[in-house]
Design a protein around this ligand. Structure first.
Ligand SMILES: [Zn+2]
Length: 440
């Protein structure tokens, strides 16, 4: 006995970049898209009557958003200590499933977590898939593979990297290979490399903290085990090394050398520029206590990011939409669609291109495009019903009042207005022992 639902009379955005279809009918059978057609003429092979018919005149129906960059375990932390040390595994996991419902309610039906403290992203994915909690589909990484002095190696050498941290310190290629195998054993979908050297925060000409041999070792081991690889790489030499090693996509690429665009293009390696995180620090960093010097650094980075990503886009490199939700400047459920707005406002994409980046292109990078990311037959009916037309105004997607419904697998998502909120607990915070100014 099939469960058949039809959405009739909508404007339908497929997600692959095709122009919207007016007066469309979307037919869903057992939670997946069965057929899409225009006008009243029903295809001959879609005769079985629907159990439910929903009139959608004046509404736009499009695939649910996919956020390629959402750290569900970070708990909206303000500092490296809050993300890496405070909270504990049990608290982080419970908090993550609670936050995942907010992400789903905002219209994100799938996200990639490219780097988790503990193994929280995998646990959250499993808890959602198991039906225990409402949440998006999750493409989950474990802890970043990190090297001494690299990104994510935040603490002094005498402290090392705690077991709770977002990164795991792997001093040799042998240990990198072993960590990849352990993470695959622990059921990650994706391996994350912390590519940049921390020294590059001030010196943009420094290379990555991995040798070519080490990077290739991580990528080859992960690929042999059927897992994707992504890398945090803001700087030029890291991006080039990552492209040579054959990672599946590059995150940030803010200071990439545009002479290396051909390297990414040849291998069709997408970039996830993550404009939202950088733009939010520039615009709202002060409100959450970000150091003014760091805000200035991020302002320069944003300028470079816009310049490099415009060139990448014009050359034909696929751009993925990821917000980096999970920090204090990027709270869950509020900023996911902002990445699409910034792609339009800063990179000059058309809204339809930005929507494609936030749906099909992300799904394709994960290897999930046969499951999600478009409303083509066979895909899960993960979709948004909108009061308004995001192709003429991309801001519709970030306005909870204009999202009239969210569906996951053909089932309407329960949404609470306003979104659930909570107070932060003392044990989640960095300890401030003195906030008096030093010069009296
Ligand atoms: Zn990140």
């Amino acid at each position: 006995m099939h469960r058949i639902v039809e959405f009739v009379g909508c404007t339908l955005i497929e997600g692959t970049g095709r122009e919207p279809m007016e007066n469309a009918t979307l037919r869903i059978v057992d939670g997946r898209v069965a057929a899409v057609w225009q006008g009243p003429e029903r295809p001959g092979d879609q005769r079985e009557p629907a159990n439910e018919t929903l009139q959608m005149q004046g509404k736009t129906v499009m695939p649910g958003l996919i956020d390629a960059h959402c750290h569900i375990s970070y708990g909206e932390g303000k500092t490296a200590e809050e993300v890496d040390v405070y909270g504990g595994a049990e608290w982080s996991a419970v908090r993550a499933v609670w936050n995942a419902q907010k992400v789903l309610q905002s219209g994100v039906t799938t996200f990639c977590d490219p780097g988790s403290t503990w193994n929280v992203a995998v646990t959250c994915r499993d808890a959602v898939n198991n039906g225990m909690f409402a949440g998006p589909r999750i493409f989950a990484a474990g802890r970043h593979i990190a090297a001494d002095g690299g990104f994510a190696d935040y603490f002094p050498t005498w402290l090392g990297m705690p077991v709770s941290a977002e990164g795991v310190l792997c001093p040799t290629a042998h240990e990198m290979r072993r960590e990849v195998r352990r993470q695959v054993k622990n059921r990650v979908d994706l391996i994350k490399i912390s590519g940049d050297s921390q020294a590059q925060d001030t010196r943009q000409d420094v290379g990555p903290c991995f040798s070519d041999e080490e990077m290739s070792c991580i990528v080859a081991t992960a690929h042999d085990l059927g897992r994707k690889v992504t890398i945090h790489s803001r700087y030029a030499k890291t991006v080039a090394a990552a492209a040579r090693a054959g990672v599946d996509w590059v995150i940030h690429a803010s200071y990439m050398d545009t002479a290396d665009i051909g390297l990414l293009l040849d291998k069709q390696i997408p970039i996830c520029p993550t404009l939202t995180y950088t733009a939010n620090i520039v615009q709202h960093g002060r409100d959450v206590g970000v150091d003014p010097n760091y805000i200035e650094t991020k302002r320069r980075e944003l300028d470079s990011l816009v310049e490099t990503q415009r060139k990448a886009m014009e050359s034909g490199i696929p751009l993925m939409a990821g917000s980096e939700a999970g920090f204090a400047v990027t709270p869950y459920g509020q900023w996911h669609a902002r990445e699409l707005e910034l792609m339009v406002e800063l990179l000059g994409m058309t809204p339809l291109q930005a929507i494609t980046a936030g749906t099909h292109i992300n799904a394709k990078a994960f290897g999930w495009d046969h499951e999600v990311g478009s409303l083509r037959p066979g895909r899960w009916a993960d979709l948004l019903v909108l009061d308004g037309d995001p192709v003429s105004d991309i801001h519709v997607l970030g306005d909870p009042g204009r999202i009239s419904a969210v569906y996951k697998g053909g089932v309407a998502v329960q949404r609470t207005m306003p979104m659930p909120s909570r107070r932060r607990m003392g044990h989640e915070r960095s300890l401030t022992v003195s906030s008096m100014p030093l010069n009296r």
